[in-house]
Design a protein around this ligand. Structure first.
Ligand SMILES: C[S@@+](CC[C@H](N)C(=O)[O-])C[C@H]1O[C@@H](n2cnc3c(N)ncnc32)[C@H](O)[C@@H]1O
Length: 284
């Protein structure tokens, strides 16, 4: 059942997401492990941006999708990058200037409140964003409405992980505050539970030619300390912050025990995450 949020609830939830990502921004994707980059690369392969296209990247973060998208659409194309978090947008803007990329315009705010024009985009992308929205069908319907007829949308979310990785995260989740919005909580419920349910959500939002499937992404790390260092550069940082100081060494030990099941013959931990890719088209 869909719950009705008041506008004050909605503002508070959006402000909470903005605060979270403002805190994460300096560390975000700085863990030295290929993660958001490979996911963005695959998403862009699937939606195939073409030179001259006009695109919107929703929940752009530090630009894992945005920067490659801007390169793909080229000087004749344009990318509008939107994020609730001012810190994320500032880091993306700085990076774009450093790289001399001139076809990105950034906007801070919720995707429905930053003046994106309906029916005008060739392409909308949103990588690892939808599970942060209070009403995913409402958000997705808006994103599809931004497309011109025949325009494409591409999303990512997370599917299953290998059992050892799940067990390690469960150690942390035991400390999570109730109703934390994250890939590990809201991102595994309801419409996010399966490829079929996410495909149905995208269809219900008005898209056709919908495809949704999982592809594995492997991460290789030496040990649990490296896992902690890396996950501090992800949304999981908020879960680590919930672990009381006095419990940290025991938590690390339990995480280490859980992850041992992923140790391969090469002596390294091999963790596998299924990444969920969903694409669709606005009917003409
Ligand atoms: C997990 S990060 C993904 C960032 C980027 N797409 C990437 O792949 O690295 C999710 C981002 O979505 C943003 N976000 C969440 N809900 C949003 C909304 N309704 N409108 C705009 N941005 C949103 C967050 O602030 C955060 O920066």
């Amino acid at each position: 059942m869909r719950t009705m949020d008041t506008s004050a609830d909605l503002s508070e939830r959006r402000a909470g997401v903005a605060r979270l990502f403002d805190l994460l921004a300096p560390h975000y994707d700085q863990g030295g492990v290929p993660w958001f980059g490979p996911i963005a690369t695959r998403l862009l392969e699937l939606v195939a941006p073409a030179p001259g296209e006009r695109a919107a990247d929703i929940g752009c973060g530090r630009g894992a999708v945005t920067l490659s998208l801007a390169e793909a659409v080229g000087h004749d194309g344009h990318v509008t990058a939107v994020d609730l978090s001012p810190a994320m947008v500032e880091l993306l803007t700085t990076r774009a200037v450093e790289l001399g990329v001139g076809n990105i315009e950034t906007r801070v705010g919720d995707s429905s409140e930053v003046g994106l024009e309906s029916g005008t985009y060739d392409l909308v992308t949103a990588s690892l964003v939808l599970f942060f929205t209070p009403d995913p069908l409402d958000a997705l319907s808006h994103w599809v409405s931004l497309l011109r007829p025949g325009g494409r949308i591409g999303l990512t979310a997370f599917g299953d992980q290998d059992p050892a990785w799940t067990a390690a995260e469960e150690v942390l989740l035991a400390f999570a505050p109730p109703q934390v919005l994250d890939a590990r909580t809201s991102g595994r419920q309801g419409s996010f539970a399966t490829t079929d349910s996410l495909a149905r959500l995208l269809e219900a939002s008005g898209a056709t030619d919908v495809d949704c499937h999982d592809e594995p992404l492997e991460v290789t790390l030496p040990d649990a300390d490296a896992w902690r260092a890396w996950t501090m550069s992800l949304g999981l940082r908020q879960l680590w912050a919930s672990v009381p100081e006095g419990a940290l060494s025991e938590v690390l030990e339990r995480v280490g025990t859980a992850l041992e099941a992923d140790r391969g013959a090469d002596g390294l931990l091999h963790l596998t995450q299924q990444v969920r890719y969903a694409t669709g088209t606005r009917p003409g």
